[in-house]
Design a protein around this ligand. Sequence first.
Ligand code: OAD
Length: 315
Amino acid sequence: MSAPMNQAELKSFHSHLSQSKRVLALLGAGLSASSGLPTFRGAGGLWRTHDSISLATPDAFEEDPGLPNPAHYALAELARKMPGFMTLSQNVDGLSQRANHPPEQLQLLHGTLFELKCSNEYSDYRGSNEDCDYRETNFTDPVVPALAIPTGGMDPTSDEAREEVSKQLQAQAGGNDLDISDANVPIPSLTAVDLPHCPKCKTNLLRPGVVWFGEALPRDVLDTVDDFLEARKEDGRPERIDLIMVIGTSAQVTPAASYIDFARAKGARVCVVNMDTNDAPSSGWREGDWLFQGDAAVLVPELLKPVTGDVTPKV
Ligand code: OAD
């Protein structure tokens, strides 16, 4: 639940947004919390309570766009209304894309679960032609049969199959929810032969197109964000950034979190939307910052209303 918004703060934010031309949003897992996806650092961890079958199939993608919440739609609308708006998302859940966020205004800092790429370890670092650069968009769930959870021949996207899978998992877990992150929970062992291989180099395994700990962020994404930050006017003077909205992120993971300070250095005021008032920007609060405490799905559409109008999800 969200506390009532402070009307004076809301008015002051609305007034600033209405005059803003170059705006960034830094998104984190809290944006999708209302869509049923647990955050990384909150109770539960990612993907534990949400059946990934309901997210990761082409049919689900086409037929059930209900998962993005009003904040995803509002941000997508802001992008359409404000050409100088750029979203930097740490989320790999594909919900901004489902809400039709214009792709050129959506930088996926940590990649997406809906892409597979060659596991060639150098492919992101060197970009040399000798390295395999294979990538594909892939909504198939499971990505290979060996990773399937048995559904007794039922359509895995059907409600019956979801119930069946959930029953089987509960039975395996002795009546409790099965937590496959628990090392004591037995899961079938797989060999490399069972896993998807790169169709281009025919050597390496395919892997999810997300950024793992210790890996560099995608070069093209970093370059695009740098271009936004370092943009110059026709007369050569640096463009300022009016605002950065920091939505549903603990802002602890760099380099993503450092964009808050880069934006500040370009003149941006900071607006934080978070359930937890302790999740401040790492450099602390400054005069002129806004903090709106509560559910991003409720607050973001209200905050963006002067530019986006009422955004009703198209379902
Ligand atoms: P975290 O789990 O660290 O933080 C989620 C934030 O969302 C917290 O500050 C919560 O207080 C807040 N929050 C929770 N529910 C909310 C709601 N309904 N409305 C608004 N705020 C809410 O997740 P991230 O900051 O996204 O990286 O984590 C950043 C990165 O850490 C992830 O992208 C991931 C992880 O390691 C990679 O996978 C590379």
